[in-house]
Design a protein around this ligand. Sequence first.
Ligand SMILES: Nc1ncnc2c1ncn2[C@@H]1O[C@H](COP(=O)(O)OP(=O)(O)O)[C@@H](O)[C@H]1O
Ligand SMILES: [Mg+2]
Length: 326
Amino acid sequence: MGMSAAPLLCVRDARKRYGTVDALCGVSFEIAGGEVMALLGPNGAGKSTLIRSLTTLQKLDSGSAEVAGADVGANPSAARRAFGYAGQESALDKLLTGSEMLRFQAGLAHLPRVEASSRGKELLQRFGLAEAADRAVETYSGGMKRRLDLACALLHRPRVLILDEPSSGLDYEARRGLWALLAGLARDGVAILLATHDFEEAESLAHRCVLLARGRVAGSGSAQELRDALGAWVVTAAVRSAPRAEDRALLHELFSALGGTPLPESPDSAECAMAAPERADGRVWTDALREEAARRGVVLTALGQRRPTLQDAYLAATRGAAEEVR
Ligand SMILES: Nc1ncnc2c1ncn2[C@@H]1O[C@H](COP(=O)(O)OP(=O)(O)O)[C@@H](O)[C@H]1O
Ligand SMILES: [Mg+2]
């Protein structure tokens, strides 16, 4: 991975409250150079609050955050020189051309003209935008706009890159292209914080994930570690297509009798799921579950067994923590 020893982004016990809402209740994590960290969490988890604090748009109530050694609260201008930020909405002025956009951005960052020009050309080349440099941005595809956004964020050579859903709205090809660029930046030693709702993006790009729920870190680790922590298997079952409350209770009882851990389910799903370890007797869980159900006179209408996904781990850690039930 080529990570440098000292972390480039440090968040320590970050807290932020809006009125009576605790948006961040003591969030801590670190990102090393060369590392991509995915920030995952349901609506209201505190992702935007965290990103606004890291990008010096607002101050934390307590705790601290440092970007390349610069404290974002005490020394925001030094922090701003150390990170690049690309938000969810493309910030590009559509009437400008790609080169003009970069020049404008260079002005905002107070970059010397000659250096800005050569850096801009280098980024346009690297991101496959050299041909389109003198075309109005409004003629760009979605993928090209995101790549130009990224070029603008990287103009001042930040060591930390903070991204909010960089690939949302892009088609598969464009997403893959963007991921390859981001992976290349990480290989160059940039530390990347990536807020995303895209589990495939987190799986393919992130070395580690932070699962945020209700302003707290509900889990962290590599996708593999998070999956392994859930269990060896996820086993799903249903009693009828329009389940009643007692069906869920019944299935949870079945799961517990077999030594599985019921997973939180979405109210609109007919299936219940359990996390389960590898069976010592080598049998498949679905057989064991069907047998146990038959013994109790219960007929299962659906039954499945699969390896846990990152999404399973995410749901187990954060379900019930979405905005509505806060
Ligand atoms: N400016 C604000 N004023 C009051 N409450 C806010 C404000 N910004 C965010 N919140 C609340 O803080 C919590 C976290 O919000 P946010 O950081 O936007 O979460 P996310 O980006 O993960 O969806 C939510 O309960 C939200 O309603
Ligand atoms: Mg948000």
